[in-house]
Design a protein around this ligand. Sequence first.
Ligand SMILES: NCc1[nH]cc(CCC(=O)O)c1CC(=O)O
Length: 346
Amino acid sequence: MTVQPTTATAAPAADGPPLRLGTRRSALATAQSGMVAEAVARSTGRRVELVEITTHGDTSRELLAQIGGTGVFVSALRDALLAGTIDFAVHSLKDLPTAAPEGLALAAVPLREDPRDALVARDGLSLDELAAKCVDAPARIGTGSPRRTAQLNAWAAEVGARIETVPIRGNVDTRIGYVHSGELDAVVLAAAGLNRLGRLGEATQILDSTLMLPAPGQGALAIECRADRPDLVAALAVLDHAPTRAAVAAERALLAALEAGCSAPVGALAEVQRGTAGAAGAESADELLLRALVGTVDGTSVVQLSVTGAFGSAVASEQTAAALGRELAARMLAGGAAGLMGERAL
Ligand SMILES: NCc1[nH]cc(CCC(=O)O)c1CC(=O)O
């Protein structure tokens, strides 16, 4: 792993040494880190310097698959935090393991953007249109995600569409490239990733969450620093968005509890339902709606349930949300999810 300073972000006042933000080199990571660097510079008045963290995974794609996907990047950034070579790091929340890391604080979970998945298909087509056009041969849809594969297959069975899911890997540009080259009819990607790269315009359909539940944490970012730096934790906390933090707490608590009980692909989405301020005495409180799905990759067995819980705006809502996630996981395991074992290998 090499650490090298790259660009610096302009700030209103350079007070003290710059804060070092560790980032991966990929276009998505650089875009996310750049956005957060600007927000931190604005809110703290400190200069923020991007420090590029390079791992083996950045130089070899084969190696990346072998050494465990995105986990390797998360570990490299966390090692740099603990070693003190960077001050804070930005992760895609959905790439973070559910276990809380020793010595580090989740200083902020900023406002989440669109958590849904997006279709990038040839000729501007939607999933329905694609299925209608592909009658002689199945529509070839690329995704490396068991969760997306499971839900695409479940949708196809339901509407009688002929599709073939094709496992693909690589960054956003590589994956969209399979459609432009004609190798695939479509690919499925996170809308948030496309948006952060300024490429949401290439999406031909935003997939409704009733058709495709996103990954737990999708569309949200995690800002992490050392737990033994309370001043920095407090400064970064300005970027925290409590409803997003509570929503992802519910989704990740559910995921952690399901991981203990089954290994099938998981989709989950928690949304704050704003209460209504009706006539005196008739107003309803805010609630958190958590929906989740566990299925086999072939889409033939799916367990899908939802639960609604009270949602306050206090810090306590994070714990309440996590409890809601565990409750739903238990109900899903009891409702058949525990039987969907060993499907993640596909
Ligand atoms: N698995 C890689 C990854 N991690 C986060 C995102 C998208 C951005 C996000 O969800 O915040 C992506 C790309 C994708 O799934 O299309």
